[in-house]
Ligand binder design. Structure first.
Ligand SMILES: Cc1cc2nc3c(=O)[nH]c(=O)nc-3n(C[C@H](O)[C@H](O)[C@H](O)COP(=O)(O)OP(=O)(O)OC[C@H]3O[C@@H](n4cnc5c(N)ncnc54)[C@H](O)[C@@H]3O)c2cc1C
Ligand code: FES
Ligand code: FES
Length: 461
């Protein structure tokens, strides 16, 4: 395909196959070798660039999503002869160590400072959490960011997400009927009606690009749905929050309604990879990969969400618990798109939680994930308990025995301990069963005991 985009402030024309990575276009086609390749799987941040105002890993961005985009690379900040103040701060603080990770670190710092020009140490640490430095010389890097911030560095980069309608592009003869970039859901559904059996939908592509790297056969036909405005909208309607399937994690956790009513969803979105991933990966992509280790299914199950699937024949709304049919399979028909999720606004007397435990505290795939939601009446009786776990079977599932045990009981310490034991007994994972059973029980107990402690504190006041 041929298309136009803006690179470091200049309009350029590109010719590329649709799944070629932005990283390769930059390095191999355009000779901009400042952007480096480390893992090629979205984990190290060496390839980070800023696209439409957001930090992204260029190894995760396929060419089909580039028409009309604005990309800023390390070369766009300054040159060796004339470095910009952030690059200078890195040099002066001795933060340029192996040199290989540095461009990604600088771009992540540029993004961080554009969002928050006076970050504290923790915010700097979090801002650079997706940029791995194997020589572990993070301190100098953090000092460089502090220095640049102290010097007043941090011009805002407006995320132009909503403006970023696909720019002009032309398809080569062999790509017609194979590559689709619709502007609206209706247009996308009409295309799916004819070509649905062979089309692979692309949203944030963080799952698909890794699969392609690991040898998955290239799809016969592609449709980019990431730029359809309706699919990225988040709105409050009739006591439920409607989240478009292409909403990215960073849009979800920045949403004021999510922040005020859905702390469990906010936590899950924040724990999903690093910022570069959160700026690309979508809720719909997470649900439709149907991975048992995915973070969003248990949270949405505990929150009582519904999934909305649409085709040209109409919409159907199903309980989120009915979306998956087995390991990596869903009820979606080839002509359908998951357009979004509806999550009811929780009652005022409710509490919710999402816990994720993995091999490290951050940037980890869950070994145990547990989401809980509980409504309690004014006398302390449990009205509506909902618990769901991920990673323990072919799909995420609800802990029915635990829910039945808790419903209608008064929440006491004794009940919390018994509930933990029931939760442990309700899961039977194939790998490391003892550890995961115990952690599941402990997390349920922790959640319930926390509610009791909060209630006791209130009574003492
Ligand atoms: C470094 C790294 C870290 C990760 N960390 C986590 C993590 O901590 N937790 C976690 O749960 N996952 C994690 N993932 C997995 C992945 O990022 C998420 O599952 C992500 O949400 C997928 O969304 P996407 O938009 O990138 O999906 P895509 O790759 O675009 O699509 C995934 C699948 O969903 C389909 N699809 C997408 N949208 C729709 C739709 N609207 N309707 C129908 N089908 C659709 C696509 O056709 C494709 O089959 C990680 C991945 C990487 C590379
Ligand atoms: S090369 Fe590691 S994230 Fe892209
Ligand atoms: S700066 Fe590259 S490994 Fe530390």
């Amino acid at each position: 395909m041929k298309f136009d985009m803006t690179l470091n402030g200049k309009n350029i024309s590109i010719e590329s196959s649709p799944l070629r990575r932005l990283l390769d276009i930059l390095r191999e086609d355009l000779g901009l070798t400042g952007t480096k390749e480390g893992c090629g799987e979205g984990e190290c941040g060496a390839c980070a660039v800023i696209m439409d105002g957001m930090l992204v890993n260029s190894c995760m961005v396929p060419a089909i999503q580039l028409p009309g985009k604005h990309v800023l690379t390390i070369e766009g900040l300054g040159s060796p002869e004339e470095p910009d103040p952030l690059q200078r701060a890195f040099v002066e603080e001795g933060a340029v160590q192996c040199g290989f990770c540095t461009p990604g670190m600088v771009m992540a710092s540029r993004f961080l400072l554009s969002q928050n020009n006076k970050p504290d140490k923790e915010q700097i640490r979090m801002g650079l959490a997706g940029n791995l430095c194997r020589c572990t010389g993070y301190e100098r890097i953090f000092r460089a960011v502090e220095r640049a911030a102290g010097e007043g560095y941090g011009e805002t980069i407006e995320p132009s997400f909503f403006l970023s309608t696909p720019g002009s592009f032309e398809l080569c003869e062999n790509e017609k009927n194979r590559i689709f970039i619709p502007h609206s859901t209706e247009e996308a559904l009409a295309i799916l009606k004819t070509h649905g059996e062979v089309i692979t939908l692309l949203a944030g592509t963080t799952d698909i690009m890794v699969q392609l790297k690991n040898g998955r056969k290239e799809p016969e036909a592609l449709m980019d749905i990431s730029r359809i405005p309706e699919l990225s909208s988040i709105s409050l309607e009739n006591d439920s929050l409607q989240i478009g399937s292409c909403s990215t994690y960073s849009r979800i956790y920045s949403n004021p309604v999510v922040q005020s009513h859905f702390p469990a969803l906010q936590t899950a979105a924040r724990l999903n990879g690093a910022i570069t991933l959160q700026n690309r990966a979508t809720l719909g992509g997470n649900l439709m990969t149907a991975s048992p280790a995915a973070d969003m299914p248990p949270v949405l199950m505990a929150l009582g969400a519904k999934a909305v699937l649409r085709s040209t024949s109409g919409s159907r709304e199903i309980s989120i618990t009915e979306l998956w049919t087995g390991y990596r399979t869903t009820v979606r028909l080839p002509e359908e798109i998951l357009v979004g999720i509806k999550v009811p606004i929780p009652s005022e007397n409710s509490r919710q939680i999402f816990y994720k435990r993995g091999s490290r505290s951050m940037l980890t795939i869950a070994r145990v994930s547990l989401a809980g939601y509980i409504e309690i009446d004014e006398n302390g009786s449990i009205l509506e308990p909902r618990f769901a776990v991920g990673t323990m079977g072919k799909t995420a599932f609800m802990l029915e025995d635990l829910q039945n045990f808790l419903r209608g009981r008064d929440l006491t310490e004794d009940i919390a301990i018994k509930a933990g034991n029931i939760a442990s007994g309700s899961v039977n994972p194939r790998k490391t069963p003892e550890y995961r059973k115990q952690v599941t029980g402990n997390l349920v107990k922790k959640f319930l005991l926390g509610i009791i402690e909060e209630r006791n504190q209130k009574e003492e006041q």
